[in-house]
Design a protein around this ligand. Structure first.
Ligand code: ADP
Ligand code: MG
Length: 703
């Protein structure tokens, strides 16, 4: 249970004064709370740090004021000049000091208001951006105007926050001040020696400091307050991962040694030789299986790099040794696809294989369950339906989880719990080429195998960037290609992460293409039932459909050889890694494939760089590193989908050194205090809750 001390922080944002339903919605948009269903909470606002600051500390005399810079001037008001009636000229107010004159400009200025604000003959402090116009100094709409008595209320340094429609800086500051007042003093969870050596301050003070930068250095990633907060977030992340890992380690594994007989039969039926990356990965997996500890390995490889056959061969080892193996896919479509690609090979080798998804019901389901419990099935392929309580294996020894980013940590644990008695070995396969620097944050210190080499005979995909204005040409060329039997994907992007809008854009495009291509166009999106999705996908795979319009639901794993064209609309809205993944849907057969990146001109610098990298490289790992470099710690569409943790206070790679330290610290902590029961352990539990790593706390013994 979350400690009471944190309750005010985890309360909804409407517990703060002045926040009603409308602001709540706007804050939801701005803060993108971790738990989207719960709505924005106080903590989400607290973790929304400023990205820059306005510095009004410059106090020049008028004659010394520098155009285009912020300044705070002490002036005397000399005269007002209202525009003549009916003329759309600004209202002007002239001010002076001993060195010169400046004009204040107010467009659509209200006369009586301005006369009260800046009475002639009075002294005023004005702060804003200095302009030079026609050799005269001006300031349009000063940000602040105060009399001498109120000088203290003029903020000389103002943080700048990312904002959104409906939330002004003023509203944000007012709401944030209330949120900051709710931050409790929490017992220190950092290692005392480390904390002292860094000369950091405590969590609450650091949070306050981070929100009240005094100079430009205070908003940089290396500012002490930001470092402390980043470290806290990374420590929570590493500690949570280490807890999961430690829990897995606690359950002893068992040594699985196959005799190679099945594997040989399978390899003999393959129409190709394994790549050396595949052989190496298999060697690494075999070594893990042979050890009596549990295996927890990540197999990373680009789409099409041949992970599936590696999984099948690894599963064969477990079967050879007399155990059962399971493969879990994130969607039904993929589970069926795996079954289709395994079935003939496996059965030829004498392996008994079956499918279990949400769609197998009634007698069919019972038949599979009975066979599974009786040991008459060697390999089970399925979806999360494998988690159901009534699924009982006779002797599950090895689990492969495909495209695991669709699954949560505790789902992973649930499947492993199905292993009989001793610990089940686990291989996680991901096509998201996670940069090395991020593997640690997503998985903790898992063992990693990579398939960097593409199977032979692949032609690189031709990649073209074309402005949306020329969509007519694209459709024209598409028509030609379809006439000669090609198939195409047409991907419509996420729009501001709103699924509804996102689907309607895809529906519009679908309607559009249907006018031209008739019944040969299909549509899939996230709101369809999985049966509906399956039907459309199956029709596309069978060649009944020529164009598949899709939202990013097709991102994961589908394999249609004949599809050689990938059109991506608004490609500028996708992250690099995501574009790469989408492109990987084509170029799977021997025909030349093309990827058309439609973009809305003009392209920003980053979008341009992204497209350039895609055109030049086909190496998912390199692309992932570039992606990280380009977006820095910032947020991009699609990051969430990738399953990588989104950090709010830490940014990578800027805080890489802190990540490494947090990793080491987490190891040390758990080595000494496995269930976090020491005094520091108690404080660390609070840390886990603070960063919403509740899942991990469930792995602790009651303390
Ligand atoms: P992934 O799951 O990594 O996206 P797959 O395992 O689906 O990739 O492999 C893509 C295609 O490449 C499959 O059709 C598979 O049969 C084929 N393939 C796998 N390994 C090789 C290889 N060594 N040589 C040639 N083709 C291969
Ligand atoms: Mg795959």
């Amino acid at each position: 249970m979350r400690p009471d001390s944190l309750s005010p922080l985890f309360a909804g944002i409407r517990t703060l004064g002045g926040v009603g339903p409308r602001l709540e919605t706007a804050f939801g948009r701005l803060l993108r709370p971790l738990d989207a269903d719960a709505g924005p909470r106080v903590i989400d606002l607290l973790f929304h740090l400023p990205v820059g600051l306005l510095d009004r500390t410059a106090r020049p005399k008028i004659a010394e004021a520098t155009p285009n810079e912020l300044a705070t001037l002490e002036v005397t008001v000399t005269r007002h000049k209202a525009p003549p009636r009916g003329r759309r000229l600004p209202y002007r107010i002239f001010c002076e000091d001993s060195t010169g004159e400046i004009e204040l400009i107010f467009f659509r200025g209200d006369k009586s208001y301005l006369e009260r604000l800046l009475p002639v003959g009075e002294r005023r402090f004005i702060s804003g951006r200095i302009d030079a116009y026609d050799g005269r100094l001006q300031m349009a709409h000063p940000d602040h105007v105060v009399g001498e008595d109120d000088l203290d209320s003029l903020p000389l340094i103002e943080p700048i926050y990312p904002l959104t429609a409906g939330i002004s800086q003023k509203v944000l500051l007012k709401t944030l001040a209330q949120a900051l007042a709710k931050v409790p003093d929490l017992a220190e969870w950092q290692d005392q020696a480390w904390f002292n050596s860094k000369r950091w301050s405590n969590f609450a003070d650091s949070l306050r400091t981070a929100h009240t930068p005094q100079n430009a250095a205070d908003v940089l990633p290396e500012a002490p307050a930001r470092q402390r907060l980043a470290f806290d977030e990374l420590l929570a992340n590493q500690l949570a991962l280490s807890l999961v890992r430690g829990r897995l380690r606690r359950i002893a594994g068992r040594a699985i040694v196959g005799d190679g007989s099945l594997r040989k039969k399978i390899v003999d039926t393959l129409p190709f030789a394994l790549t050396s990356s595949q052989s190496q990965a298999l060697g690494e997996i075999d070594a893990d299986l042979r050890e009596p500890q549990r295996m927890l390995r990540l197999l990373q490889g680009d789409v099409g790099s041949g992970k599936t056959i590696v999984a099948l061969l690894a599963m064969a080892s477990a079967v050879e040794a007399g155990h059962q193996a399971a493969l879990m896919a994130p969607t039904e479509v993929l589970a069926r696809q795996h079954l289709a690609s395994f079935q003939s090979i496996a059965e030829a080798a004498g392996v008994r294989i079956a499918l279990l998804t949400g769609r197998e019901r009634g007698r069919e389901r019972k038949r599979v369950l009975d066979a599974l419990a009786g040991g008459d099935i060697d390999m089970l392929i399925g979806t999360h339906a494998l988690f159901s309580d009534d699924v009982v294996f006779k002797d599950l020894a090895f689990v492969v989880i495909d495209e695991q980013h669709r699954f949560g940590v505790h789902q992973r644990l649930a499947l492993q719990a199905k292993g009989s008695g001793s610990g089940t070995d686990v291989l996680i396969m991901t096509a998201t080429p996670i940069p090395r620097t991020l593997v640690l944050t997503a998985y903790g210190d898992m063992d990693v195998s990579q398939l960097r080499e593409k199977p032979a005979g692949r032609q690189p995909v031709l990649t073209r960037a074309i402005p949306t204005g020329r969509i007519g040409d694209v459709i024209g060329r598409l028509e030609k290609a379809l006439e000669s039997g090609a198939q195409a994907y047409w991907v419509c992007p996420l729009i501001e992460e709103s699924e509804v809008l996102d689907i309607s854009a895809a529906q519009d495009r679908y309607a559009d293409l249907q006018k031209r291509f008739g019944e040969r166009v299909g549509l899939v999106h996230g709101k369809l039932s999985s049966a509906q999705k399956d039907d459309v996908m199956a029709a596309f795979a069978a060649g009944e459909l020529s164009i598949l319009v899709a939202t990013t639901v097709i991102e994961v794993g589908v394999d249609v050889r004949n599809a050689t064209i990938m059109v991506i609309e608004h490609s500028e809205r996708f992250g690099l890694a995501q574009l790469h993944q989408l492109r990987g849907r084509v170029g799977r057969g021997s025909d030349q494939s093309a990827c058309i990146l439609l973009y809305k001109a003009p392209l920003g610098e980053t979008a341009r760089a992204r497209i350039e990298i895609l055109r030049e490289s086909d190496d998912g790992f390199l692309i992932a590193e570039e992606d990280l470099r380009l977006r820095g710690g910032g947020e991009v569409l699609g990051v969430r989908q990738s399953g990588l943790p989104t950090f709010r206070l830490a940014s990578l790679p800027e805080h890489q050194n802190l990540l490494d330290a947090a990793h080491d610290d987490a190891q040390l902590i758990l080595a000494n205090d496995r269930d976090l029961t020491s005094v520091r352990g108690e404080a660390l539990r609070v840390l886990l809750y603070l960063f919403a790593r509740d899942e991990a706390t469930r792995l602790l013994r009651a303390g």
